[in-house]
Design a protein around this ligand. Structure first.
Ligand SMILES: [Zn+2]
Length: 162
């Protein structure tokens, strides 16, 4: 499971300027009616974007050679999403957070301390290495295929496979 960097829309959402090679721009993840929507903005339009419903944002750079686009997404984008999803109850977001935790475990930003059962629910008790705190993740009843589907969904939002 890896998420590769999105070439992005390559177009500013506001002014519709096409990003040239090596252009640095901002990608914003909006939370609109419980749906995540990604929009890209050039630096000039950064101040003109809507500040409402911003869930997360990060910088992206158009690589010189498209085929050599930075291969893997910045882990801190996923780390930020993981932290922001902490108190979400919505099932798709619980699933998101679980899949993000698998990724961050592999990146060693999280360490599995133990698992805990509460009623029908199973939780992963994770140590957040960066913050030095523990956090719990509800382990959803997902098949391998469903985990892959969620991975794909996150990949499309934050990045997309090349
Ligand atoms: Zn623009």
């Amino acid at each position: 499971m890896e998420w590769s960097i999105n070439k992005g829309s390559r177009v500013c959402f506001h002014c519709e300027k096409i990003f040239p090679e090596e252009e640095v721009y901002h990608s914003v993840l909006y939370d609109e009616n419980n749906m995540f929507v990604r929009r890209d903005f050039c630096l000039e339009c950064w101040d003109k974007k809507s500040d409402e419903n911003i869930f997360s944002y990060w910088k992206t750079k158009i690589s010189k050679k498209p085929e050599k686009v930075e291969k893997y997404a910045k882990t801190d984008v996923f780390y930020d999403l993981f932290n922001k999803l902490e108190n979400e109850q919505d099932l798709s977001r619980v699933n998101f957070r679980y899949v993000l935790s698998l990724y961050l475990l592999r990146k060693k930003l999280l360490k599995l301390t133990t698992t805990r059962k509460s009623g029908d629910n199973e939780y992963l008790v994770l140590h957040n290495v960066k913050e030095g705190i523990d956090t719990e993740v509800l382990k959803p009843q997902l098949s391998k295929e469903e985990v892959l589907a969620v991975t794909d969904e996150i990949g499309k939002l934050v990045n997309c496979t090349l």
